[in-house]
Design a binder for this molecule. Structure first.
Ligand SMILES: [Zn+2]
Length: 374
């Protein structure tokens, strides 16, 4: 591995009226590189001699585009932050009860957002239909389990663009919307097929409007980790799985035949972050952390802690461990440079205050962090 990189959850409850009508709280900021596939993986595949030049090309092309996307996002972030700081704006209108979900088709072009897909929920294109239904399900997951109304908790429309470019090997949240590539069909397939991928990326939006974790060093690792944690929880919630029935994998449904033939079954595995079946294996101990690591890499440490806590608590991950992690992420003022030990301390404290009659929950969370060296 190298340096490069709720309480019981029914389906009818929703956020309180006060929550739904709350004005958009703090100015959002996204200076993140919120791609599902880490640069390290793209680089490795772009140079992989086991692949033909034709098979390497989509990775080379995707890398070129991402470098420019990253520059553009940093610039856009600075500009939008300046605009919100300097220019007057009317108060936000009352939020809708649930976010609208829209889908746009890039038709293999690169202009965002592309053309609107009418009635995407019943569209003949399975990709459009899937982007719509899974995004709506993620919104439902956040509202039902955590009382959150969209990524900003103010009903923000959730917008997705599909069929971005040709053979594009990634999916990303750019601060305002989701974009999905179709994959090269060899290492990766259609990125909308990963329900955990969709929840991972939209959770970057939740982080953007709550803890506002940066995307470097320890805060970066925490930012990536909460996206994996809520991505995996969403996958478990959809399948109604308890912690022992869950696969704890990220990206298993977007792996193409060329990846599985080489033994890769996922991008990451919360239950075994360093496993060889991970296309992007990760550290499991804080002693392996150092500044400058790719957040997709350092996120293995808090990922493993969440897995251990959820397993020790048992039952459905989103009912207790998930509630604690959600509150740690969203229940405090923004903390862009948060360290992992501070997040661990917060969850230990919340485990005791949120489940005062269940000391085993506090013990599980405490031991989970201790096991990873925090
Ligand atoms: Zn991410």
């Amino acid at each position: 591995m190298k340096n490069a990189p709720g309480f019981a959850c029914g389906r009818v409850s929703s956020g309180s009226r006060r929550d739904r009508l709350a004005p958009r709280a703090r100015p959002p900021r996204c200076d993140c590189r919120c791609f599902i596939i880490p640069t390290d993986v793209l680089e490795r595949m772009a140079k992989d001699k086991k692949l033909t030049p034709e098979e390497r090309k989509p990775f080379v092309d995707t890398m070129k585009v991402e470098k420019e996307w990253r520059k553009a996002r940093v610039a856009l972030s600075k500009l939008s932050h300046l605009v919100r700081t300097v220019l007057p704006a009317a108060p936000a209108a009352a939020a809708p009860a649930a976010p609208a979900v829209t889908v746009f088709d890039c038709a293999h072009g690169t202009t965002l957002p592309g053309s609107p897909v009418p009635n995407p929920g019943t569209a003949p294109d399975a990709v459009a239909k899937r982007a719509f239904t899974e995004t709506q399900a993620v919104a439902d997951f956040y509202q039902t389990c955590f009382g959150r109304n969209s990524v900003d908790d103010a009903g923000m429309t959730l917008m997705s663009s599909i069929h971005y470019s040709i053979n594009y090997n990634n999916a990303f949240w750019n601060g305002t919307q989701m974009t999905y590539g179709d994959g090269d069909g060899n290492i990766f397939i259609d990125f909308t097929k990963g329900n955990d991928v969709i929840a991972h990326e939209l959770t970057h939006g939740v982080t953007q409007y709550s803890a506002r974790l940066s995307y470097t060093n320890q805060a970066g690792g925490l930012n990536e980790s909460v996206s994996d944690v809520f991505g995996s929880m969403f996958r478990q919630w959809q399948a109604d799985q308890d912690v022992t029935g869950a696969d704890w994998l990220i990206g298993s449904d977007i792996m193409g035949p060329g990846a599985t033939a080489r033994g890769f079954t996922c991008l990451r595995d919360l239950s075994n972050p360093a496993a060889k079946h991970c296309l992007a294996p990760q550290p499991t101990k804080f002693s392996q952390y150092r500044d400058g690591l790719d957040p997709h890499f350092s996120s293995g440490i808090p990922n493993f802690a969440f897995y251990k806590a959820a397993m020790a608590i048992g039952g459905k991950s989103w009912e207790k461990a998930g509630k604690i992690w959600y509150q740690a992420l969203t229940g405090f003022p923004p903390s862009p440079n948060m360290r992992m030990s501070a997040f661990a301390k917060r969850t230990r404290s919340l485990a005791a205050s949120m489940f005062p009659t269940e000391p085993a929950v506090r013990t599980a969370v405490d031991k989970a962090w201790t096991a990873v060296g925090l």
